[in-house]
Structure formats: structure tokens, C-alpha cells
Design a protein around this ligand. Structure first.
Ligand SMILES: NC(=O)C1=CN([C@@H]2O[C@H](COP(=O)(O)OP(=O)(O)OC[C@H]3O[C@@H](n4cnc5c(N)ncnc54)[C@H](OP(=O)(O)O)[C@@H]3O)[C@@H](O)[C@H]2O)C=CC1
Ligand SMILES: O=C(O)CCC(=O)C(=O)O
Length: 450
């Protein structure tokens, strides 16, 4: 019986039916085992027992009126996981799949991600099982207003600062912020990802995708591999995928495939990003419509995917960027990527690889960047937004972008160095988990038993 095994068994008793949460905890505990062995004080201070239990979990009813005047009810969540390093910070996800396990795994990941940035932000996450697909703008606004009517009492610029995630972009943050301001009668920096007209930071929209590509660049340069000219697979076609592709194109790489929840586009000459933006950013269309402009591209609907994975990972490419959702890379997908000569996998999404897929990538020795390190550019830029709001300053795009590059470089180096320190050279999963954990755990010890 190992410490990790005992902890997971305990969680299964106390927090039943939360498979994604156990998966995230297991990965972290496995990685930090050597640190726990060499530093008994982490066990003496019951750091693991305290870390896996959120400081506060808020669940609430979100009633709203649809366009037919019918009352609809959704579940709302905010998990305030750990505030050892600063105010709870993390996004809100609106997606029909959201449940207690998903919000909890995301919140848990956020603790270590935020620690890795080197900034003063704790970990939190929230959301709702509200499905924005097919809803009118008015319905989305009414839903956001109702969600904030409960959430406002739990958040604040130095308490808990939510942001966006799947299904929550600048428009939703606008509706949430408007309702917060109306209730409390204060213009607080209580959300990030705000519109640039009213307190939002430059680069926040681009930050997660740009940050992932900066991370990829630093990681691949260390392996004498240039990104320029390389063919890339980028799953998803939302915020993170779009700005991953934009930065890749800017650096001379060629994204050849992207996807949405209905299907995958493969365009061997390179994805036309303007068309994707038109369909997905300006509108809320299905990606299949890409074919109307590019008849030579190939579209595979989800029904025709391989039984054991996603179509996108079966194409040959030099680099892969999973930027859609959790567990979107199966063991078989990872095997296909390795067999097809992929040299690096960089996670834009949170926990996009199943545990078995991550094992395949680590065993293959190809470069593998875990999301909590490579997608931290979004939350880091959110903290830059908080800093600007608090000091009533506004920095230029170039200033914020420079800071983002520096932070991503720091995260890469901290993860790489921690991996080497524990004899796991190139294992950035171990490195990121140890570097993130150590910072949070040390802060918790210094703050006593709370
Ligand atoms: N936004 C941010 O700043 C950050 C986001 N992340 C993570 O990045 C990921 C993407 O978030 P974000 O881009 O903001 O979300 P968006 O809502 O903007 O986009 C999500 C995209 O993923 C697609 N998608 C969802 N499920 C699947 C699937 N099974 N297969 C293929 N495509 C799928 C959606 O397709 P469809 O249009 O059909 O729904 C959509 O194109 C999430 O894991 C999120 O937690 C991490 C750090 C920060
Ligand atoms: O910008 C933020 O605060 C949160 C971003 C986020 O949710 C994430 O990093 O997964």
C-alpha cells in the first residue's frame, strides 16, 4: 500500500464518483513521491490531506427564464481550492458536461499551475452545466445574470477572481461583470478576461494559446528543434486553439488540422485561420462549414472517428497541441502520434491526455509539456490584468506580451530544473508537479494549520 494508493482510496470514500478528480490527484501524487520521501516534513504537516480537500465548495441553483418564458434551472459551482499563495484564481466553464468531478479536477490542477507562474495567485475553478449551444444572446445574458446573483457574495478582488474557460469568453465575462457591478455598486477588478474598453488587459484573449507556443519554443529549442516550417495538429477551434494556431503561423509553423466537438478538418496546405475565426469567433458555426471555402480540405465527422480515439491524432505531424478538453488523447491516439514521428506534444487544454496516453508519451521520450505548465499563460496574464486594475494602470500589448514570454520561460525552466534535480531529466510532468507543489506546500507550512 503506497501513500498515493491510500489517499486515492480515502478520496473514493469521502468524495465518491469523481473520476477526473482522482486522475488529477493521482498524477500529482505519483510525481511528487521522491520529494515526499526526501522531505518528511510535508507528511508531518499533512500537506497532501489538506491539499486534496478544497478550502470551500459552493454549489448553487441557477434559475433563469428562456425565450419562451419557461423557467430553466442549472447547477452552479465555485470551488475555492487553495489560497496559500494568493486569492483563489481560475476560470468558469459553461458546458453541459460540467459536474462536481470536473470542476474539482480543474480546481486542483489550477493550484499547481498558478504556483508555477511564480505569481501570487491561489487555485479555484467554477462553472455550470448550462449548455450555451443553441441559446440566444438574451438567454445567455439572463443565465449569466442569475449565476452572478449568487456568485457575487463569494468573490472579490482580493478574495476570489474568476475568469473564462470553455463556453465563457469576453461576452459572458461582460454580462457577469455588469451584474456584479449592479449588485455591489463598485467597479472592482473581480473578474479577468474583461473587455479592453472596461479594464481588460491586452493579450488576455491570446494569452493561453500564445503562451503554449512560447513554452513549446523554449522546450523544443532545448532539444535543438526549430518550430519554423513544422506541421502541427491543434485540436479544438475555440479560444486556446485559435491563438495557438495564430502564434504558430506567426513563427512560420503550419497548423494542418483542427477540430470541434462534431468533427475534424485536415488541410494539408495549412489551416486558413481567418476562416476558422469567422466561423468560431465571429459566429458559432460548425467547423464543417470550412469546406464551403476550402473544398480541398478533408472533413471527418465524429461518427467516422476510430473507435478508440480522436481522428486528429491519427494524422502525421511534427508537433501536436491538444487544445479542446480533458481526456481527448487516448492511449491509442498517443501511440499513433509517436509511431507517426511526432516530436512534441504540448497541452493547451487541461488534462487532455488520459493517464495511459501520458505514460506512452513519457516512455517514448518525445518532448511532452503538461497543461499545468504549458497552458499557464492565460492565468498568468489574468494576474497581470489584476495588477493593472489594482494600480489603475494600462500596459500596452507589447509590454504584456513581453511579460508573458518571461513567465512562460520561467515556467519551462522551473519544470525542467526540478525534473533534473530529482533524476528525471526531460520529464516535465514530474518537474512541473514538483515545482508547483513545493511552492504551495512551503507556503502552507509557513501559514500554520489552516
Ligand atoms: N481560455 C483559457 O484561457 C484557458 C483554457 N484552458 C483550457 O483549454 C481548453 C479549451 O478552452 P477554450 O479554448 O477556452 O474553450 P472554448 O469554449 O473557446 O473552445 C473549446 C473548443 O473545444 C472544442 N471541443 C470541445 N470538446 C471537444 C472534443 N471532444 N473534441 C474536439 N473538440 C472539442 C469545442 O468545440 P465546439 O465548438 O463544438 O463546442 C471548441 O472548439 C479547455 O480544456 C480549457 O480548460 C486552459 C487554460 C486557460
Ligand atoms: O485566467 C484565469 O484566471 C483562469 C484560466 C483558467 O481557467 C485555466 O488556467 O485553466
Amino acid at each position: 500500500m503506497t501513500y498515493m494508493h491510500d489517499t486515492i482510496e480515502q478520496l473514493k470514500q469521502t468524495s465518491p464518483a469523481q473520476s477526473e478528480f482522482y486522475q488529477a490527484v493521482e498524477e500529482v501524487l505519483e510525481s511528487i513521491e521522491p520529494l515526499l520521501e526526501s522531505n518528511p516534513r510535508y507528511r508531518e504537516h499533512a500537506i497532501i490531506e489538506r491539499l486534496v480537500e478544497p478550502e470551500r465548495q459552493i454549489m448553487f441553483r441557477v434559475p433563469w427564464l428562456d425565450d419562451n418564458g419557461k423557467i430553466q434551472v442549472n447547477k452552479g459551482y465555485r470551488i475555492e481550492f487553495n489560497s496559500a499563495l494568493g486569492p483563489y484564481k481560475g476560470g468558469l466553464r459553461f458546458h453541459k458536461s460540467v459536474n462536481g468531478s470536473i470542476v474539482k479536477f480543474l480546481g486542483f490542477e489550477q493550484i499547481f499551475k498558478n504556483a508555477l507562474t511564480g505569481l501570487s495567485i491561489g487555485g479555484g475553478k467554477g462553472g455550470s452545466n448550462f449548455d450555451p449551444k443553441g441559446k440566444s444572446q438574451q438567454e445567455i445574458m439572463r443565465f449569466c445574470q442569475s449565476f452572478m446573483t449568487e456568485l457575487y457574495r463569494h468573490i472579490g478582488p482580493t478574495t476570489d477572481v474568476p475568469a473564462g474557460d470553455i463556453g465563457v469568453g469576453t461576452r459572458e465575462i461582460g454580462y457577469l461583470f455588469g451584474q456584479y457591478k449592479r449588485i455591489v455598486n463598485r467597479f472592482d477588478g473581480v473578474l479577468t478576461g474583461k473587455g479592453s474598453l472596461w479594464g481588460g488587459s491586452e493579450v488576455r484573449t491570446q494569452a493561453t494559446g500564445y503562451g503554449a507556443v512560447y513554452f513549446a519554443k523554449y522546450m523544443m529549442e532545448d532539444r535543438d528543434f526549430e518550430i519554423k516550417g513544422k506541421r502541427c495538429l491543434v485540436s479544438g477551434s475555440g479560444n486556446v486553439a485559435i491563438y495557438t494556431m495564430e502564434k504558430l503561423i506567426e513563427l512560420g509553423a503550419i497548423p494542418v488540422a483542427c477540430s470541434d466537438s462534431s468533427g475534424t478538418i485536415y488541410h494539408k496546405d495549412g489551416i486558413d485561420l481567418d476562416t476558422v475565426k469567422e466561423l468560431k469567433e465571429a459566429g458559432s458555426e460548425r467547423l464543417e462549414k470550412y469546406l464551403e471555402k476550402h473544398s480541398k480540405a478533408e472533413y471527418t465527422p465524429r461518427d467516422d472517428y476510430p473507435d478508440n480515439g480522436e481522428k486528429i491524432w491519427r494524422y502525421a505531424a511534427d508537433l501536436a497541441f491538444p487544445c479542446a478538453t480533458q481526456n481527448e488523447v487516448s492511449k491509442e491516439d498517443a501511440e499513433a502520434l509517436v509511431e507517426n514521428g511526432c516530436k512534441g506534444v504540448v497541452e493547451g487544454a487541461n488534462m487532455p491526455c488520459t493517464a495511459a496516453a501520458a505514460d506512452i508519451l513519457l516512455e517514448s521520450r518525445i518532448a511532452y509539456a503538461p497543461g499545468k505548465a504549458s497552458n499557464a499563460g492565460g492565468v498568468a496574464t489574468s494576474q497581470l490584468e489584476m495588477a493593472q486594475n489594482a494600480s489603475m494602470q494600462r500596459w500596452t500589448f507589447e509590454e504584456v506580451d513581453e511579460k508573458l514570454k518571461t513567465i512562460m520561460c520561467h515556467i519551462y525552466q522551473a519544470s525542467r530544473d526540478a525534473a533534473e534535480e530529482f533524476g528525471e531529466k526531460n520529464n516535465l510532468v514530474v518537474g512541473a508537479n514538483i515545482a508547483g507543489f513545493r511552492r504551495v506546500a512551503d507556503a502552507m507550512i509557513q501559514q500554520g494549520v489552516v
